[in-house]
Design a protein. Structure first.
Length: 67
């Protein structure tokens, strides 16, 4: 099953994006990704077929700034 989760905010929303996407990710999903627009695009895609979304992105999302 696929889907999109998004946020529009006037403040940094990387944490909300991480937890919101993790909440909506499901077993059987092969890939997951995050993208944030700040001074530049921060994006990351990982294979999550054998792990939880949050565990793959937890350290990386901290470097993402944007809204």
């Amino acid at each position: 099953m696929s889907g999109i989760f998004g946020i529009v905010s006037k403040k940094n929303c990387a944490t909300d994006l991480l937890y919101g996407t993790d909440y909506h990710s499901h077993m059987g999903t092969e890939y997951g990704g995050m993208a944030v627009l700040g001074q530049r695009f921060y994006r990351s895609i990982h294979d999550i077929s054998k792990s939880q979304f949050k565990s793959k992105f937890f350290e990386e999302y901290k470097t993402m700034e944007g809204n």
